[in-house]
Write a protein of this length. Structure first.
Length: 381
């Protein structure tokens, strides 16, 4: 299993044989429904087997094809850690699978190419970003990647006010006690000590900021802050990292789960990762009336094959079947997937990837002109 990005999809394309099988099923992270996922997979594999036999495959050849799938999916731990969907790619020389964060329609596809269009949505789902949870009890930072969220450990810097005060001596006396919520020491003061308290909190956050910025300058990507208003305000005042997002998660984050951190931070960072998509959609709209854009599937299939497509907008869940003959540069549309017919949307996407085009997998309502496929051309002859 690999993270789904453009390189992953390109590798899939490079592994194709004469006959390739793609299977998608929705899955569940836990609960009673999750217990049915393995049964659901076995059922759709059986349907796939039946179709291969109808196409002339011998039963022992079909069994051999799916042997690595059964070996992997019958492991004890396989079904314990699922996401919203499962994608499997198999031919007689290759097998891989992806636990994906979107719920696909249950489906199988047998063709001379793998079905890669459902994965296009994942490659622009998001790249890596970081979330910094500011807390007097324990300040933590998480690296959020498409496949997992991990904590980034700080070294040589206090991550709580209690540790900070142990190592920083100051002239005025400072009052602190153990708080009743969130654990650890809560730092505060009274009267004239308030200014000193503020200075210590600012110094604590400045030390954190130095460590965070030094780390992030090596890895880049956006940073989301989370925590009480005051701490966020002080941190922003000290911040020197160029990619700190304006919006943040407000409130005590000491007891938040990793899943809550992922969900709340994604609400903030999604717009950042969609800027490029929105920019290209705007570019398409600005070219209305020009020959440099198209929503005609046949025209786009031809253009993608011959390297004319600059940007391709692919609607998720939409299929258009047909046959493309590159020698005659002719497309025949079909209403069914039979004979030599293939999914032309998938064919166009594979051609565009091979020719270095930019691709976006989008809900159909977000594809320009709400169309079945849309493209911006590099040139049109």
């Amino acid at each position: 299993m690999s993270v789904v990005n453009r390189e992953t999809i390109e590798k899939l394309i490079s592994e194709t044989q004469d006959v390739n099988v793609t299977i998608f099923i929705p899955t569940h992270k836990k609960g009673e429904e999750g217990k049915q996922d393995s049964i659901r997979l076995k059922n759709i594999i059986q349907k796939t087997k039946n179709e291969l036999i109808e196409k002339g495959w011998k039963e022992n050849r079909v069994d051999e094809l799916f042997k690595p799938v059964y070996t992997k999916t019958e492991e004890n731990q396989f079904w314990l850690h699922q996401d919203k969907g499962l994608a499997l790619y198999v031919n007689e020389q290759y097998f891989d699978f992806f636990k994906i964060p979107v719920s696909p329609k249950e489906n199988f596809y047998i063709s001379d190419n793998f079905l890669i269009t459902p994965l296009l949505e994942l490659q622009n789902h998001h790249n890596i970003y970081h979330v910094l949870l500011l807390s007097q009890s324990e300040t933590k930072m998480f690296k959020v990647a498409p496949d997992e969220t991990t904590q980034v450990k700080f070294e040589s810097v206090p991550t709580s006010m209690e540790e900070h005060l142990k190592y920083h001596v100051h002239e005025r006396s400072v009052q602190h006690h153990t708080g009743t919520s969130g654990g650890g020491a809560v730092f505060h003061g009274q009267g004239a000590d308030v200014d000193e308290n503020k200075k210590e909190l600012e110094l604590f956050l400045k030390h954190i900021e130095n460590k965070v910025t030094k780390y992030l300058k090596r890895v880049n990507g956006p940073l989301v802050l989370a925590g009480p208003d005051k701490m966020i305000s002080y941190y922003k005042k000290a911040n020197k990292y160029f990619n700190l997002l304006d919006n943040h998660i407000i409130g005590n984050c000491d007891t938040k789960s990793v899943q809550e951190i992922e969900e709340e931070s994604w609400d903030i960072v999604e717009a950042y990762f969609r800027e490029e998509i929105l920019s290209d959609i705007e570019r398409f709209n600005d070219l209305q009336g020009s020959e440099l854009i198209s929503t005609d599937v046949s025209d786009i299939v031809k253009g993608a094959y011959f390297g004319k497509v600059d940007t391709l907008f692919v609607p998720m869940g939409f299929h258009q079947y047909g046959i493309f003959d590159p020698n005659k540069n002719r497309v025949e549309i079909s209403d069914k997937l039979n004979g030599e017919a293939v999914d032309l949307i998938n064919y166009a996407a594979i051609s565009a990837l091979r020719n270095g085009s930019t691709l976006y997998g989008l809900p159909q309502s977000e594809v320009p002109n709400n169309s079945g496929l849309a493209a911006i051309y590099r040139y049109k002859s």
